[in-house]
Design a binder for this molecule. Structure first.
Ligand SMILES: [Zn+2]
Length: 451
């Protein structure tokens, strides 16, 4: 590929640590253990202009390639990548509409349109990348990804977020790309709200850590510090926050640190084997909005919703942890009829079966209360060291150019409150939304929270 252009940021190597983790050399300082991630190549560079063939050739994904972009990314990078690959590979250029959803018909269409190609190169983010991921997984082909916007942290994940025929959006097992390539200049030139959304999805750490640690202490859920350690080895989380006000001006450096955190977060998921380190109550709230806000859905995106949910959950954490006496839960009020009424027959029964698993009967509630009371003073101290001040979080999101409140999202307050109240229905993953609701504190909190 072309020699790298003069650094625009002063940081000469955006791939340190990332390379070390991929090669298996990195050891978690806390445990001394090596960590395995299923990636071969992740490259973050200030520019990759002219280099696509040299980047893709070693991946051995075939010489007949579909280059898939959408109407938003074709001009920014799709056409360029197709042009650079021509000559080395037989290239079929495919452009999807800009509002592609990763659902079953679109996955089938992607399989159909790319079926005569040996491998795929996707130039895009979010749903487009997930559609190619799942389509190639289904037919056993390989793919590589050129990221065009730092709007979410799913590029490197082995799972795809798919909307099933009944409307339920779920994370399904697929495969990781052979490589993820990030051209920071292209990403920094994308509309800045996309980076602000990615920031919303990446600032999750303190909120998720509080809930995951509490679940570990109270319910015995397994827990690992490694995903969080990764953010601190080279101060990536700190530098992401510090540079985040640079998104509106198209800062290459700010997008670089954001991508570092996005990539390290996907390593964390792979190392742990679950998404607990970056997906707790705040993600359930966002998923609930996407699935059930219906015609009230303002078109806001995952990362934007997650950012807003983080602020409100951080306030809920602050409130719960301000209580000197441990909250006491009652047996969970849960009924299949309510679920069916709320979500329809098919999704309702499916969600009920999942949510039932984490619900407490009277004996379970009594055991939980004993445990919570016993460790409350210590747990409060532990969680206070992890949590983030909600006002600081709100200031950070605002400075990054992202929405901070439900009304910034354009979401009616009654829909927001429903999302907060019922987000716990989404999956069998206990969070402080479960604690607050089972303790009879969530309704009051929502009525008084300054949303
Ligand atoms: Zn997310």
């Amino acid at each position: 590929m072309n020699a790298p252009v003069k650094s625009l940021t002063g940081k000469t190597d955006w791939n340190s640590l990332i390379r070390e983790v991929i090669s298996g050399e990195w050891r978690d300082p806390a445990t001394g253990r090596r960590c395995e991630v299923p990636f071969e190549t992740i490259r973050i560079e200030e520019t990759l202009d002219g280099g696509a063939a040299d980047l893709v050739a070693p991946l051995k994904i075939g010489r007949k390639l579909a280059v898939v972009s959408d109407s938003n990314t074709v001009e920014a990078m799709g056409r360029r990548v197709a042009r650079e690959l021509r000559g080395w590979a037989d290239v079929e250029e495919i452009v999807f509409p800009g509002d592609t959803h990763c659902d079953e018909p679109t996955i089938a269409l992607m399989q159909e349109k790319t079926r005569h190609c040996e491998g795929c190169v996707v130039v895009g983010s979010g749903s487009l990348s997930d559609t190619v991921k799942f389509a190639t997984f289904k037919d056993g082909r390989k793919y590589a990804s050129f990221a065009t916007a730092a709007s979410m942290n799913g590029y490197g994940a082995g799972t795809a977020s798919v909307t099933l025929a009944n409307g339920y959006k779920t994370s399904v097992s697929a495969h990781a790309p052979r490589a993820v390539f990030v051209d920071l200049k292209v990403n920094a030139a994308a509309p800045p709200w996309l980076s602000a959304a990615g920031f919303g999805d990446s600032i999750v750490r303190p909120v998720a850590q509080v809930e995951w640690w509490a679940a570990h202490r109270l319910l015995g859920t397994s827990y690992s510090q490694t995903p969080f350690d990764l953010f601190h080895v080279e101060k990536d989380e700190e530098l992401m926050i510090k540079t985040s006000p640079g998104y509106p001006a198209g800062s290459v450096e700010a997008n670089g640190y954001l991508y570092r955190v996005l990539v390290l977060a996907s390593f964390g998921n792979n190392i742990v084997g679950s998404s607990h380190s970056g997906s707790m109550g705040e993600h359930q709230i966002s998923h609930w909005i996407d699935m059930f806000a219906g015609s009230a859905h303002p078109g806001s995106t995952h990362g934007q919703q997650v950012g807003v949910a983080c602020v409100v959950l951080a306030r809920l954490h602050r409130y719960l942890l301000s209580l000197d006496k441990a909250p006491r839960i009652r047996p969970t009020q849960i009924s299949e009829m309510d679920f069916v009424r709320r979500y329809g027959d098919s999704i309702g029964r499916m969600m009920f079966a999942e949510a039932k698993k984490k619900s407490f009967d009277s004996e379970g509630a009594a055991t939980f209360n004993r445990r919570l009371e016993e460790i409350w003073p210590q747990l409060r101290a532990e969680l206070k060291a992890m949590m983030i001040d909600p006002d600081d979080l709100a200031r950070m999101l605002k400075a990054a150019g992202g929405p901070v409140t439900p009304s910034d999202l354009g979401l009616p307050l009654n829909v927001w409150r429903k999302a907060m109240k019922h987000a716990r229905d989404i999956r069998n993953r206990w969070s402080f939304l479960d604690l607050a609701d089972d303790a009879g504190l969530l309704d009051d909190f929502l009525a008084n929270d300054p949303q």
